[in-house]
Design a protein around this ligand. Structure first.
Ligand SMILES: Nc1ncnc2c1ncn2[C@@H]1O[C@H](COP(=O)(O)OP(=O)(O)OP(=O)(O)O)[C@@H](O)[C@H]1O
Length: 244
């Protein structure tokens, strides 16, 4: 699904590589945490998957395609396979919740009847069905992030990339967001999430790829992760979470 082969990225303005000889593979259906100190290369990893940036050397494959070799008119096709959420939500302030999500379908030319059917469904998934007509400034941070997630998944991308999605949220609200991401993952989406939040990483017990100064220093199924084993623990942790 995502494969990095000896990928190095050096930005024009710096000499130290942001990623340095990274080789890894994320397969369909995985949930992977990207962790590591500030500046270790997590956002760069995500930007290379999106082809926001190109590798300086090595190859990045997404859904079997070498992203650096895509002609520019094919890049939008790649991005249709990807949903992306960021720490700072990036909603359109003058559009309602419904319109923010619908907009992602409109730009792909989807029919209005399909939009009117799909947007309420995805708002239901993120727990915001009753807030469809609110504006972003009328929502809490956690609710705004839910809108951003709804917008990212409304076109059913194969991969959801989340760059510090809980970075601006308090711990309780963060768990609500993790519940939503867990549901999306269970519905079949591959999820890659960059985070600094150790409590989330330790509790969710998914695969962890740790970067340090652009190199992978750990890549493991955290705590010998067994999907069946931790479902009960995770659900009980999530049940304690109030939706905010
Ligand atoms: N556009 C850019 N131009 C130049 N250098 C950059 C650029 N973006 C990132 N870098 C540098 O690349 C390195 C990796 O940055 P990156 O943002 O990928 O790290 P990160 O792990 O996501 O950090 P954080 O946790 O703080 O978001 C850092 O040294 C950073 O200063």
């Amino acid at each position: 699904m995502i494969r990095f082969e000896d990928v190095t990225k050096v930005y024009d303005t710096t000499s130290r590589p942001a990623l340095d000889g990274v080789t890894t593979e994320i397969v369909r259906g995985e949930f992977v945490f990207l962790v590591g100190p500030s500046g270790s290369g997590k956002s760069t990893f995500i930007r290379l998957v999106q082809r926001e940036e190109k590798a300086s050397s090595g190859t990045v494959y997404v859904s079997g395609r070498d992203v650096a070799r895509l002609s520019s008119w094919r890049v939008p096709h790649l991005r249709r396979d990807l949903g992306v959420v960021f720490q700072d939500f990036r909603l359109l302030p003058n559009k309602t919740v419904f319109s923010n999500v619908a907009f992602a379908m409109q730009v792909l030319g989807k029919r209005r009847s399909l939009i009117n059917q799909t947007v309420p469904e995805v708002l239901e998934t993120v727990g915001l069905r009753d807030k469809a007509h609110r504006f972003p400034h009328e929502l809490s941070g956690g609710e705004q992030q839910r809108v951003a997630i709804a917008r990212a998944v409304v076109n059913k991308p194969a991969i959801l990339l989340a760059d510090e999605p809980t970075g601006n949220l308090d711990p309780e609200t963060s768990w609500g967001i993790m519940e939503v991401l867990d549901t999306i993952h269970q519905n079949g989406t591959t999820v890659v999430m960059a985070t600094h939040d150790n409590e989330i990483v330790n509790t969710m017990r998914r695969r962890v790829v740790e970067l340090e100064a652009g190199k992978i220093v750990r890549d493991e199924a955290e705590g010998g992760y067994q999907p069946a084993d931790n479902t009960a623990q995770l659900q009980s942790r999530l049940r304690k979470t109030e939706v905010k």
